[in-house]
Design a protein around this ligand. Structure first.
Ligand code: DX5
Ligand code: ZN
Length: 215
């Protein structure tokens, strides 16, 4: 299992240094939550900010777009140095067109499903994406409680991906920590996002290492 610390919980007055700190602590991906105050009731940062912090690490920039019109901004996030862009199937952009746009830039593409969206909604796109992100909280804020009832969705997706012989990663995001990481791994999660569990830990390196052995 790969661990992707969510920078949403970092000290943004030193965004670059926080990314470096996570790199040194053993993070596999940098999970970057982009929110527009419209698709979700919170605002974070956009492509210009990512462009500046890109130089602080060579690790994968895993950009999670929680915005109403992802298609409009794909070029900006690709230019800023995203390695993976995930966007919500519940957004206003056409999934096929948006995936095509991301791929045309040589960047990996993924679809995200909110807690009320069934696993089957992304089945038509499994051949076209590199990742499916299953939200284990309602998107918008860090520090929420893990919704264990999302794990059957992960199991269902894993079965379908395996059945079709595809190379699609399953990521889970929200409320993940030492208490549920083993359940995530068992269900089939390949990449676990962790904000609070890593940033509120006294020793983030230890927290990341613990998440990795806990599964
Ligand atoms: C929530 C974000 C998550 C969040 C995770 O909308 O997508 O990435 O920051 O933070 P924790 O681990 O604190 O739930
Ligand atoms: Zn996220």
């Amino acid at each position: 299992m790969l661990i992707a610390p969510s920078l949403l919980s970092c000290d943004f007055s030193k965004f670059g240094d926080e990314i470096k700190r996570m790199d040194l602590a053993g993070a596999d991906y940098m999970h970057l939550d982009v929110m527009d105050g419209h698709f979700v009731p919170n605002i974070t940062f956009g492509a210009p900010v990512l462009k500046y912090v890109r130089k602080f690490t060579d690790k994968v920039f895993d950009v999670h777009l929680m915005i109403s019109e992802p298609l409009k901004y794909i070029d900006d996030f690709c230019d800023a140095g995203a390695d993976i862009i995930t966007f919500h199937i519940e957004s206003d952009s056409d999934p096929d067109e948006t995936i095509k746009k991301i791929k045309s830039r040589g960047v990996k593409a993924g679809l995200v499903i909110k807690p009320n969206t069934p696993a089957q909604s992304v089945f038509p796109y499994l051949e076209k994406v590199d990742m499916i992100l299953v939200m284990t909280v309602e998107p918008g804020f860090g520090g929420q409680s893990f919704m264990a009832d999302m794990l059957p969705k992960v199991v269902k997706l894993k079965e379908e991906i395996t059945k079709r012989g595809l190379d699609v990663l399953i990521e889970a995001d929200g409320g993940i920590g030492a208490g549920n990481i083993a359940d995530c791994a068992k269900a089939g999660v390949d990449v676990a996002v962790a904000g609070t569990a890593v940033f509120k830990a006294e020793d983030p390196a230890k927290a990341i290492a613990q998440l990795k052995i806990n599964n």
